[in-house]
Each structure stands twice: as C-alpha cells, then as structure tokens.
Design a protein around this ligand. Structure first.
Ligand SMILES: [Cu+2]
Length: 203
C-alpha cells in the first residue's frame, strides 16, 4: 500500500534478492506457503475487520470476473470492509425499504440515489483506502481497500487471518485497521511452510 509521504524505496532487500535469483525463476516452481496469525488492534473492542495485505513489487493479480457485492441492508453496508485488487467492480445493492446513496470522498465519485432492489456498480482501478458513505444516512460507513496483490485477508471476529498459496519469497506485510495508521513488517515465506504472525496495530 502506498501512502503519500511514505518512502518509495520499500523493497530494497527484495529487489536485491530478485537480482540474484537464478534465471528461469526456480522459486516459482516451489510449493507455496501459508501466512496466518492474529491481528491485535490496541484500545479497540474487537480485532475483527483488520486488513492484512502481503505485498511485493510486480505481483500478478486478476480482478474477479463477477462483481464483488456490498449489501445495503438494515441501514448498514455489509460487509464493513471489502478488500479487492485494482480493476474490481463492486456492485452495491439497496436491500432496504428506503433509497440509498453511495459516495466516496477519496474516490471522488457519487453513484447517485437508487431505490429498493436496484444496484449500482463502480470499478475500483487504483490502490488505496476508499470510504463508502451514504448522503441520506450519515451513520452508514464502509471501506473498500484496493491492494496490488492477490494475497490478502480481513480478520475474523477473533482477529485471525489466513492467506494460502503464497509463493516463497520476501514480502512486506501491511496490516491496517480503520481506527489506526497501520503497520508494515518484512516477512520471508518458505516453500511449503506455514508462517505464523502476531501483528499488533498500536498506532
Ligand atoms: Cu442510505
């Protein structure tokens, strides 16, 4: 995840490793690993809904063929956090008896207002954190987080996450919670191994 003000030289170790890697990509043939663990978000009631993204330069990712859905039900967005890759279409469904709207200050879009049973689509083509708001119901809030990696997860009610199928190599793990700035940690995924992480988001 790139943020304004952060250094762009985040992957020097990885770049060096790639430069020294054998031609032909021996790593690619190795058994993938698993990255799992827990996220603790300090001074919060729950560790759920934290984002974990496993990033490296040049990772290949494909947006899903079908739109990812966000429901507007009970005057809430469900789910609260949606994690996708660039190019993903999100389809917002109004499942309530009143009209809803969606707009995003960071995304600079307003999808208008639509009645029960209708949907609106929006393509998220840039990485970033995008709040989703409804200009009719100010309590409605969701986040769409767009990451340039296929390796990501949102924590469950216990703060747990698991990402399978991660090729061996060096990565930067980015963990984020809506009330925090988030953290980054360098990791190395070994072929066929499970890497357990305890991530504590304090700030
Ligand atoms: Cu609404």
């Amino acid at each position: 995840m790139r943020f304004p003000g952060k250094t762009t030289m985040r992957y020097p170790t990885l770049l060096l490793a790639l430069a020294l890697a054998p031609v032909g990509g021996v790593w690619a043939a190795e058994t993938p690993g698993t990255v799992r663990g827990t996220v603790t978000v300090t001074k919060q009631k729950t560790n759920a809904n934290a984002v974990v993204s496993i990033e490296a330069p040049g990772l290949a990712f494909t947006p899903p063929a079908e739109p990812v859905r966000i429901d507007q039900k009970g005057f809430r967005f469900i789910p609260h956090i949606t994690l996708v890759v660039p190019g993903t279409t999100i389809r917002f469904l109004n499942n309530d008896p009143e009209p809803h709207n969606v707009y995003s200050p960071e995304g600079r879009y307003n999808l208008g207002t639509w009645p029960t049973g209708e949907t609106r689509d929006h393509v998220f083509d840039k990485p970033g954190i995008f709040t989703q708001l409804c200009n009719i119901h100010p309590d409605m809030l969701a986040y769409v987080v767009v990451v340039e990696t296929p390796y990501f997860a949102v924590t469950d009610a216990d703060g747990r996450f698991e990402v399978k199928g991660v090729p061996p190599g060096k990565y930067l793990v980015w963990a984020w919670h809506e009330k925090k700035d988030g953290l980054e940690r360098e990791i190395t995924v070994e072929a066929g191994q499970v890497l357990d992480l305890d991530l504590v988001i304090e700030r």
